[in-house]
Write a protein that binds this ligand. Structure first.
Ligand SMILES: N[C@@H](CCC(=O)N[C@@H](CS)C(=O)NCC(=O)O)C(=O)O
Length: 202
């Protein structure tokens, strides 16, 4: 299978999961220009990453890709413990990360999509940071009593790792979020995470 990814993007979560499950794969590095090029738009009209190509199956949307990888490699148990509740717990956190937390970064990454006036960028960014902090407090609370978001390692955890990196890079106030700081430190030492970060650099 082949993963189209971009350095620093949410596709890092897929790069980590590909390693956690041990899936043989190739990676295709993309740039902000190449994701808008006609040949790429022909296979991914969304013009974004991640994109997974597996045989004749072309899959967009991070949550779908992460779920597909977990389902292809059930022995890794990255989509819960096999129970309906376990699966729902994973989906609960993935949905929150993808549709609430990830989206809250958009004004920081692409302010021009929100307002014409560049002089308002900093105000927009400050509001976004406050909003993200609020979400991070919820995630910190969830991790206060456990090492992984659902209690066991899952496809939601690398997505959380990604948004924590963004929060640090974009100056979100992380003070007092000790459970998140420990989670980030722990994952940074994970061999698969280190390998995925190195792969992004190539
Ligand atoms: N709904 C998509 C959004 C993916 C997304 O936002 N990707 C970002 C990188 S983290 C991207 O490629 N942005 C470039 C763009 O949208 O122009 C998903 O969840 O996979």
């Amino acid at each position: 299978m082949k993963l189209y990814h971009m350095r620093g993007a949410c596709s890092l979560a897929d790069l980590i999961v590909l390693r956690w499950v041990g899936a043989p794969h190739d990676i295709v590095p993309m740039t902000i220009d190449s994701i808008k090029a006609p040949d790429y738009l022909a296979i991914n009209p969304g013009g974004n990453v991640p994109l997974l190509v597996h045989g004749d199956f072309v899959l967009t949307e991070n949550v779908a890709i992460l779920g597909y990888l977990a389902d292809l490699y059930p022995q890794a148990q990255l989509a819960g413990d096999g129970s309906a509740r376990g699966r729902a717990e994973v989906m609960r956190w993935l949905a929150f990360l993808n549709s609430d937390v990830h989206k809250a970064f958009k004004p920081l990454f692409s302010p021009a999509r929100f307002l014409e006036q560049r002089e308002l960028d900093e105000q927009l960014a400050e509001n976004a940071r406050r909003h993200i902090r609020h979400y991070l407090e919820r995630l910190d609370g969830a991790l206060a009593s456990r090492e992984w978001l659902t209690g066991q390692r899952s496809i939601a955890d690398p997505y959380l790792f990604v948004v924590l990196r963004w929060a640090q890079a974009k100056g979100v106030d992380m003070a007092g979020l000790d459970a998140l700081a420990s989670f980030h430190a722990r994952l940074s030492l994970d061999p698969a995470v280190r390998a995925a970060l190195l792969a992004e650099e190539d």
